[in-house]
Structures are given as C-alpha cells and as structure tokens.
Write a protein that binds this ligand. Structure first.
Ligand code: AHM
Ligand code: MG
Length: 337
C-alpha cells in the first residue's frame, strides 16, 4: 500500500515514530498528544473570535463571569493546563510569562521541558489572518525534582521536538522530532489530525521574500542593499523576488517552507536584536526548517548553535531556503556589496 493510501492520524504517526526508539516509554507520545489537545481547544476559541460580542457568553469568561479573556491569554493558560498534570514535564516557559512556569506540587515532575509561544501573530486575530502556536521540547538536564532555569536555557541544538500549529483556513499541526518535518490537517468532522504533508522539503532557493519593509530606514546598509538586490531582475526567472508579509511569523515561515525563499526579521537602529524571541520563536522554527532542508541564521551565526543566557532574549532571524539565507548573510555581514 502506498503512503497516500494509508490513513495516518497524528497519534499513529507519533506512536510509529516512537517504535524506532528502543526503550521509548510512550511518554513522548503522550506529551505530543497533550499539545494536540490544547491546539484543538484553542482552535475552538479562535473560530469564535469574531462572535464574542454577538454571542456574549463564551468559555473565555473569567471567574467573575463578565470579562472575556484575550485569546493569547486563553491560549497561554490552555496549554499550561493541558500539560501541567501529565507527569512528563518538569518545567515550562511561555512567551507570555516573565518567569518559569513550574509544575504544581501535587503533580509529578517528568524528564521533559516545554517552551511555547501560545499565539504568534496575535495582532492579526481581528483581521482573520492566520496565527499559530509554536512549541519546543527539550530533555531536562537537572536530575530530579522541579525543573530549573538550566533546564530551560539550553542551546537550540538540544531540542528533541519542535513544531507549530497553524490556525488558518484549516488547522495544521506541523512537527519534527529530528526525522523530517510532517504536517497534519485537522478533519473537523472527526476531530483528528490526518497526515497531509509527509516529509516536507523546502526548495534550495526560492523567489519570495518576507520582511517588514516599513523598517527599511532603520536597517543596516547591508540589509538595505540585500533588499534592493532582491528587487533586481533575476537572470534565471526574468523577474524580481515577490514580496509577501502577513506579519504572523509562523504563517510567513510556513509559506516559506512550502514554497521556498526567505523570512527575515533583522536588527535595526531601534531594536538592534530585532523582535523575535530565541527560545519561543527562532529556535523551534530553526529546528523545523533545518529538518526540512533549509537554514536559519542570526545573520552571523547558525541559530541553533546559540547558547541562551536569559528567558526572553531576542535575536535577528533569517530563515528559509539554504541559498537565500546564505545570500542574505553575505549582505548583512558585508561580504557582499
Ligand atoms: P507576537 O508573538 O507578539 O505576535 O510577535 C511576533 C510577531 C511575528 O509573528 C511577526 O512576524 C512579527 O511579530 C511582526 O512584527 P512587525 O509588526 O514589527 O513586522
Ligand atoms: Mg510570537
């Protein structure tokens, strides 16, 4: 039977993947299952985003019952609640919270660590544009008990899984455990994620770039030259690169992975380290894109080689097709003019 004939749910895919690891306990499967459940709960609210004022009462009521929580706060709490009791995690950290998120003392601590951006691109919610949840999983480095900052501050190279969930015209769950990148689309009629994009490969070079050009005057001379170069007519295609920018990184990077090209969030005079956060945004997507055959750099260094020093550090990001990331870094480091 060919792959196309097999009906592969996310759960089946994870379990079959675990069979390749002798001694696997199934904990990892359960962890990813917890994340997919959280994703479905968030999706349920995302699909109601525009109806809040019409329907009034929603699941996002607070305790006093009259204030609807913002969706990103709802997403943040939903992921924590879906994951805190499973016994697989020793600590979590989220883009929405200043400090570590500890496991409640009445639940067991496990051997994994979860980092997440609960709702990336949340400024797009009211416009119905695609948004997403980004996640990253590490193995703990401390021996036992509650997890510590050392468990969180690991280099991106140490990730054991990463991925994202896209809330768009359909919901997709995309993940890697270091054996390729696989995408699943939710079939809402049965509530299951079904394998729709097996072993995604990014083209080695693309024809699309994605960057907030409103910041042009704040960029370095090298970055400005790079984007001018993208607008020149390419001898191979007979046209310049096309520009696409949703302003929802997870969606822009997803498109970049499928079609090829580059997404950039460079540093500038106002924000020398750009906007994106290493632990919640750059590293998980760097792991995914490398697994799909692409590259991710700060402009100077491979993203996954960085050793984080604090929870909410920011780094410039150039992510996408190998060739496009190489050319971008040549411009921003001044090797090419
Ligand atoms: P967020 O996590 O608060 O949504 O911020 C990150 C987002 C990215 O998804 C997006 O690419 C970027 O911010 C857009 O920023 P800008 O408006 O500066 O282009
Ligand atoms: Mg974000």
């Amino acid at each position: 039977m060919s792959t196309a004939d097999r009906l592969v749910t996310l759960e089946r895919h994870i379990i079959e993947g675990e069979r390749n690891h002798p001694g696997a306990t199934g904990e990892f499967s359960s962890l990813l299952h917890g994340l997919s459940l959280a994703a479905k709960l968030i999706w349920r609210e995302v699909t109601k985003a525009g109806l809040v004022n019409i329907l009034g009462k929603t699941d996002r009521m607070n305790i006093s019952g009259d204030v609807v929580k913002k969706l990103d706060v709802f997403a943040d709490e939903t992921i924590y609640r879906a994951m805190d009791h499973l016994g697989h995690l020793c600590v979590m950290a989220s883009e929405e919270n200043e400090d570590l998120l500890h496991i409640p003392s009445h639940y067991p601590n496990g051997k994994y660590v979860l980092l997440y951006d609960p709702l990336d691109g949340s400024s797009n919610i009211d416009a119905n544009a695609t948004i997403g949840t980004i996640f990253s999983v590490y193995r703990r480095v401390s021996q036992e008990g509650p997890g510590t900052m050392a468990d969180i501050l690991q280099s991106g190279n140490q990730q054991v899984a990463a991925g994202y969930v896209l809330f768009g015209s359909s919901m997709m769950f995309v993940y890697t455990t270091g054996h390729g990148v696989h995408g699943f689309t939710l079939d809402p009629s049965v509530g299951e994620f079904l394998l729709s994009h097996e072993n995604i490969r990014i083209p080695p070079k693309g024809t699309i770039y994605s960057v907030n050009e409103g910041n042009t005057n704040r960029w370095s001379a090298g970055m400005q030259r790079y984007v001018r170069w993208l607008k020149e007519e390419d001898a191979a295609t007979g046209r310049p690169y096309s520009s696409r920018y949703i302003g929802s990184m997870v969606a822009d990077v997803h498109r970049t992975m499928l079609y090829g090209g580059i997404y950039c969030y460079p540093g500038d005079t106002k924000n020398p380290r750009g906007k994106l956060r290493l632990m919640y945004e750059n590293n998980p997507l760097a792991y995914v894109i490398e697994e799909a055959g692409g590259a991710c750099s700060t402009g100077e260094t491979r993203m996954l080689d960085l050793v984080p020093k604090s929870l909410h550090e920011r780094y410039p990001m150039f992510i996408g097709s190998v060739e496009d990331v190489r050319i971008a870094t040549e411009f921003v480091t001044g090797k090419r003019t």
